[in-house]
Design a protein around this ligand. Structure first.
Ligand code: UDP
Length: 367
């Protein structure tokens, strides 16, 4: 197809408005991608729940917001739960709006982890693509991804190979990584700050292991992020000596990066197959080495011995020993990896290339 600038409809996650933090890493991915695609000259319609703000003020971006009840997130449902769509749900309304805009667009990209847009894809003329934001957490979603992969896998992209390996695919996966606006993250070279942890405070994120290691070392652990599960947060706090955890709350990126940069190391202890791990890269962008379980996206992103240390999953002793070696990591090398492998410009280029490839007619066997 020609090189004229594409027009895309980007459909946000239905689990919360952009800016609420409930969308987790998807919110940052979208903000970064919108900015990167605008710089590449694309025209964008961003469809999101009411209350969302456009991450970029530009004549190339039009925000469309729709009312409705948030979608429950899949990662807190039982693995064999059925698909649930609440009454007055925002999810179908996002897709009504997106499909109305589709006649003026080359393609639609779905950022929500949901059955409905996956199911819709082969049934509409509009070309719908999906950036899958989580690994396998539900049998219904595994089926939806596998069905779509069999129909035309070019419509699917993933953040990491490890995430993609959760799914039943027919071709090697399209892996786009993620991208960050590096001008928002300042490299800090000091190495004597506290230990940090960042993410949604929810069981799949494994904060209890990082807290236990901080307690063993007699150190404070600074924790940034939205507390999704209060009972879980209280249980963790009561399992370690008072004052071990310093709750910092959910901060906008500008503040998060300033505070993160002051850390000696970030501990990252996921209990699930994390699709990517934005906070890992945000820490690296500030020059903070990351000590993590060798699981999911963080296990693929962190270069062992160069940008941090990877230890066997769920091994608190190994995590403790590796934390003691944090200062042997060169903070400049951490930033260098992000500049080379996870810039906003790089993500936008990879996503545009993926969409253009998917829009190219093939020789009649698929699509
Ligand atoms: N985050 C934030 N403020 C905070 C803590 C976290 O904005 O105080 C953001 C962070 O920038 C990241 C997201 O929350 O983009 C968490 O994404 P991640 O990929 O680490 O995990 P997810 O929540 O998607 O499972």
């Amino acid at each position: 197809m020609s090189d004229r600038p594409l027009t895309l409809v980007l459909v946000s996650t239905p689990v919360g408005q952009l800016g609420s933090g409930r969308g987790g890493g998807v919110e940052l991915t979208l903000a970064s991608l919108v900015q990167g695609l605008v710089q590449r000259g694309l025209h964008l319609h961003l469809v999101a729940p009411d209350g969302s703000c456009s991450p970029v003020q530009s004549a190339q971006v039009t925000l469309h917001t729709v009312p409705g009840v948030d979608q429950p997130s899949w990662q807190h449902a039982e693995r064999d739960s059925p698909m649930r769509i609440p009454q007055d749900a925002v999810l179908p309304r996002l897709w009504t709006c997106a499909l109305e805009l589709a006649s003026d667009a080359d393609a639609l990209i779905n950022f929500g982890y949901d059955w409905l847009p996956m199911w819709l894809t082969p049934h509409v003329e509009s070309r719908i693509f999906h950036l899958v934001s989580m690994g396998s957490v539900s049998a219904v979603m595994d089926g939806a991804v596998a069905d779509l992969a069999r129909w035309d896998q070019r419509r699917l992209a993933f953040h990491t190979r490890r995430q993609a390996s959760d799914f039943d695919l027919v071709e090697p996966p399209e892996v786009v990584g993620n991208g960050f606006d590096l001008s928002r993250y300042e490299l800090k070279l000091g190495t004597d700050g506290p230990l940090g942890w960042a993410g949604r405070v929810a069981p799949e994120k494994g904060l209890e292991d990082a807290a236990a290691v901080a307690a063993r070392l007699g150190e404070t652990l600074r924790v940034w992020g939205l507390v999704e599960d209060n009972a879980y947060a209280r249980r963790i706090e009561s399992a370690v000596p008072a004052g071990t955890i310093e709750w910092c709350g959910f901060k906008p990126t500008s503040e998060l990066q300033r505070e993160l940069g002051g850390c000696r190391a970030l501990l990252n202890t996921p209990k699930w197959n994390e699709a990517y791990g934005n906070v890992v890269v945000e820490a690296l962008a500030c020059g903070v080495p990351v000590i993590a379980y060798d699981r999911g996206g963080p296990g693929e992103i962190i270069q062992n011995g160069e940008t941090g240390w990877l230890v066997p999953p769920d091994d608190r002793d190994a995590l403790e020993q590796a934390t003691l070696r944090a200062s042997s990591i060169d903070r400049q090398a951490c930033r260098g990896w992000v500049e080379r492998c996870a810039s906003q410009e790089g993500l936008a280029a990879r996503v545009e290339a993926w969409i253009r490839r998917g829009l190219t007619p093939v020789d009649g066997t698929i699509s």
